[in-house]
Write a protein that binds this ligand. Sequence first.
Ligand SMILES: [Fe+2]
Ligand SMILES: [Fe+2]
Length: 227
Amino acid sequence: MDKFSRREFIYISASLPLVFPSRSFAINVEKNYPIISYPDTIWVLKQAFKSEMIAHKHYVKFAKKALAEKYPNIDYLFHAFSFSEKIHADNYKRIISKFGSNIKNNLVSIDVGDTKSSLLKAAQEELKKIEKTYPEFLKKLETELCEEAIINCMYSWKSHCQHEEIVRTIQRYSGLFFGSVAREIEGVNFDFHVCEICGSTIDEEPNSPCQICNRSMSHYKKVGRPA
Ligand SMILES: [Fe+2]
Ligand SMILES: [Fe+2]
């Protein structure tokens, strides 16, 4: 039987939790990387960090606006997703620091409209990450095969893909039927739990290891509702 290539091994490792949910494949997080060998990887990590921080900051503002407009569940939804985006950003920041590279903390201007426009903008950006941004990042990472970068990019991509169906529904109906979409969200009783390793976000109590990173369910943290 042919041996796996290194590229195949890394991709299979990142997907193993879905294939063998009872096993855990930890990655070596202590390693430091020589900066000169990974220019494309560092570029991707910095772009991914920036993109996740922008999403995080937008969702914090969108949440506040939703609460002001008396949509407490939409406020909570944005709050939970801002938490998940920060985990993705922090993962990239940690890996970038292993290269001895710095991150510029660019100021981001955030325009916040009403909650209807927040939902539509968030859905548009989420779908862009699922369909374009992360597939392109992962393609670019293939040239240098830094395992930790690829696995964390896979974690982020998969945790965004977790919500593809609901995001598409929000995008399809929020334009013409925002009132119905808002009523639907406000009528549901949910508690979000976010995996602190990979950012997986679920709307019920976890009862098994994380489906994305396969770490124990103890890594899921319940997201409190904003006061
Ligand atoms: Fe993210
Ligand atoms: Fe996870």
